[in-house]
Design a protein around this ligand. Structure first.
Ligand code: AKB
Length: 315
């Protein structure tokens, strides 16, 4: 029997992953935790507790008391926010991961999932079809922490046999919980503003192409990876996964098909430099070969679902 702990269950990924895991394992077997309250379905559909992953004593007591067998550690300070508090962000992102890895080793957890990001790449990385194995010289604190985190996951696997699994998420697009503090957040904000005000001021330039993915695809990729037998996993740092790549201008044109009055203007801020250092598209052939991974949502289907669901939510 599996008992699963999700750390960061109030966030953009966590709030949807908890629900998907509860469908698979049963509500009472998926323990949602965060330092802040979560959406009602997360707090009411199974156990939820306020828990700070930086408090290693509280964390280990929780894991032992609830006989946890797997951990998904999703809590992190994202790229935009991390640039405002570099040392604090480094401390939170790294110390929380090391707490989880150490604990997993100590209590012999079966598996640990930790999210990496396209932010591990930098301006010296090939930007189109970025390969799985390539130059990694990230220029953001977030990217540096994700790159170091990948090395720690690989290290704990090789040194201690800990079953670590990870995905390099592109920008994630979802309607349930808004993203917070990332560079790809424009691609979520734009939908809310399109529905509410029929206009949006974008903090990236119109032609900035970034890799993105609809949340349902990201959740499937994550669970599919975690369900694989250990011997099928050849990469213990983190897998490239790809969905769709587009620019703000292309997304705005797609939204206009549904809301013809929609207008976009551009006022790039400090996040433009971050976006310019990241890939435009990702080669995920390792994930496709290893895990049979395949994305299902293209730009048109994603736009349709986002506008419909946000419309219902705001009605
Ligand atoms: C961010 O923009 O910081 C994140 C990411 C790509 O990891 N969404």
């Amino acid at each position: 029997m599996e008992n699963i702990l999700v750390i960061g269950s109030s966030g953009q990924i966590g709030s949807e992953l908890v629900i998907a895991l509860r469908k698979l394992y049963g509500g009472e077997h998926v323990f949602a935790t965060d330092i802040k309250s979560a959406p009602a379905d997360v707090m009411e559909g199974g156990p939820f507790q306020i828990l700070d992953v930086l408090d290693e004593k509280q964390l280990i007591h929780f894991v032992i008391r609830n006989r946890i067998t797997q951990v998904y550690h999703l809590a992190a300070v994202l790229s935009g926010n991390a640039e405002k508090i570099p040392q604090q962000a480094w401390d939170i992102n790294m110390r929380s991961l090391l707490n989880v890895l150490d604990l997993a080793r100590e209590v012999k957890l079966k598996k640990v999932f930790w999210p990496s990001s396209i932010a591990v790449f930098g301006p010296t990385t090939p930007r189109v079809n970025t390969p799985q194995f390539t130059v990694m010289e990230p220029t953001t604190v977030y990217g540096i922490s994700k790159m170091a985190g990948e090395r720690w996951c690989d290290y704990y696997f090789k040194k201690f046999g800990l079953d670590t699994r990870s995905i390099r998420y592109p920008g994630l697009i979802s309607y349930k919980t808004e993203a917070g503090g990332g560079t790809t957040d424009y691609a979520v904000e734009i939908f809310y503003e399109a529905v509410k005000h029929k206009k949006y001021e974008c903090f990236l330039q119109e032609d900035t192409i970034l890799p993105m993915m609809f949340m349902e695809d990201a959740i499937n990729a994550t669970i599919e990876l975690m369900e694989l037998p250990s011997e099928k996993i050849s990469i213990r740092s983190s897998y490239n996964v790809a969905g769709i790549s587009f620019s703000p201008k292309e997304l705005a044109l797609e939204i206009k098909k549904h809301i013809p009055e929609f207008e976009i203007t551009y006022k790039p801020d400090f996040r433009q430099a971050i976006a310019d250092s990241w890939p435009q598209s990702i080669d995920d052939s390792y994930a496709r070969a290893n895990n049979g991974w395949k994305h299902r949502f293209d730009l048109s289907r994603m736009t349709q679902v986002m506008l419909t669901e946000i419309g219902k939510k705001l009605a």
